[in-house]
Design a binder for this molecule. Structure first.
Ligand SMILES: *Cc1c(COP(=O)(O)O)cnc(C)c1O
Length: 422
């Protein structure tokens, strides 16, 4: 019989935090080529190639082969239109990360037995590159996305990496494709960046993959932040949950999204944009579709509050947009309203509505950006949420304006990271 190899805590959910803390790159600022053998749960130290953006090789597509469509045309079909290039990096358990490749956009080749296709060993990120009104190309807090992708990757037993190297690879793709695909003649436009890691080992059997692929694409994505009449939310069916305590709702893993579509499809058929996911018999408000959810209300005591679900129970995704809203509102609306991260229920929202205390609500995420919510349907009750005098409430508009100014270079801010174009 095999003896126990490590402390029992390694089996607890905190094991993920330990794994992240053990990432060599996060300890000394540099990937040092050591990684913990993760396939058998022991901590054998072997020398593996770390993810290294400086090894990037570049094979360019013919730049005249494809023209850049206008935004509306690009988003009108049933296929996401990507830019000329993508980045791929392979990993295997015996040698580590290969040299990253920037190459023409095209299909991947996978065996039908690849881990990802059977066991959902997939995680992803979503961020945008913005063409500023000052002509510069920017990313918004890409360090946050890179760190979150490391966390998601480790959650599904895919290989770790130095998030700073991932950030450099994202920058490299934008540097090569940004000039053509986000032309200076289109200030205020953006591209959607999608880094992902998948388990590629062609072997059936539920196990941590010994082969993986990291890839990054850049594409068009429709603007979703100003739906006519605002975003309409339908609460989830009573017998369905998106995420649960002890689950993985806080990680951006593909396994969270496929199963949510059953409810989303039904809600769309009824004319709603997204599901407002509630949790538990209490009906805690968690997220709106794949974005975070905020309510502005007056408390019973008359205080103006910006309320959103907390991160500490690990039910919701730690959105970069959410984080930015919370930080900016704390800094710039201090004295005017209080930012409150706490569990709150749909009944509290309904009560605030009945008592005339509901001020505004919005969804926050990279895809929907800051999107005003005008209606919530819960069972047989409809809540109509004020959107100021028009299509957006004043606090929603203020916060959206601040973030947008940072993204598009109207305000110089450390969150707006300029990409040097090639
Ligand atoms: C991606 C995502 C968000 C938004 O995160 P951002 O970093 O702001 O884009 C919120 N909730 C879920 C479930 C998500 O997948």
């Amino acid at each position: 019989m095999r003896s126990l190899q490590g402390p029992v805590e390694d089996l607890a959910s905190t094991a993920l935090e330990n794994k992240i803390a053990e990432q060599p790159a996060l300890n000394n600022g540099h990937a040092n080529g050591h990684a913990n053998g993760h396939t058998n749960g022991t901590t054998t130290t072997t020398t593996l190639q770390p993810l290294d953006a400086s090894k990037l090789t570049i094979r360019r597509a013919d730049p005249t082969a494809r023209e850049v469509p206008d935004e509306d045309t690009a988003c009108s079909g049933n296929e996401t239109i990507c830019t000329d290039h993508m980045i791929t990096v392979t990993w295997d358990a015996s040698s580590g990360w290969s040299a990253p490749e920037l190459k023409p956009y095209g299909p991947l080749s996978l065996m039908p037995t690849a881990s990802v296709l059977h066991y959902a060993t997939e995680c992803f990120e979503g961020l945008k590159a913005y063409r500023g009104y000052d002509g510069k190309l920017r990313l918004f807090r890409p360090d946050c996305n890179a760190r979150r992708m490391l966390m998601s990757t480790l959650r599904i037993s895919l290989p770790g990496f130095d998030p700073a190297e991932l950030e450099k690879l994202i920058m490299a793709l934008v540097a090569v494709d940004g000039t053509k695909w986000l032309p200076k003649s289109r200030p205020g436009s953006y591209l959607y960046l999608r880094p992902a890691v998948i388990g590629t080992q062609p072997q059936l059997g539920v196990q941590a993959p010994k082969e993986a692929l990291l890839f990054i694409t850049a594409s068009f994505m429709p603007r979703m932040d100003t739906p006519p009449g605002g975003m309409k939310l339908h609460t989830n069916p009573e017998d369905m949950v998106r995420a649960w305590v002890g689950g993985f709702g806080y990680a951006k893993v593909g396994a969270n999204y496929g199963p949510s579509l059953l409810a989303t499809v039904e809600a769309r058929e009824r004319g709603f944009t997204q599901i407002l996911w509630l949790y538990g018999p209490e009906g805690y408000c968690t997220e709106a579709g794949a974005s975070n959810f905020f309510v502005v209300w007056r408390s019973k005591e008359g205080r103006l509050e910006l309320v959103t679900a907390p991160l500490d129970d690990k039910l919701i995704l730690d959105g970069v947009t959410r984080r930015s809203v919370v930080e900016l509102a704390r800094e710039r609306l201090a004295g005017e309203l209080e930012v409150v991260e706490r569990r709150y229920t749909i009944d509290e929202v309904l009560e605030a509505d009945r008592e005339g205390r509901l001020v505004e609500a919005f969804a926050a995420g990279t895809a929907f950006f800051i999107c005003p919510v005008s209606q919530i349907r819960h069972r047989d009750t409809d809540v109509h949420i004020p959107m100021g005098k028009g299509e957006i409430g004043q606090y929603t508009a203020k916060i959206k304006g601040w973030i947008s100014d940072i993204m598009y270079g109207n305000e110089q801010h450390p969150w707006g990271v300029v990409v040097d174009e090639q």
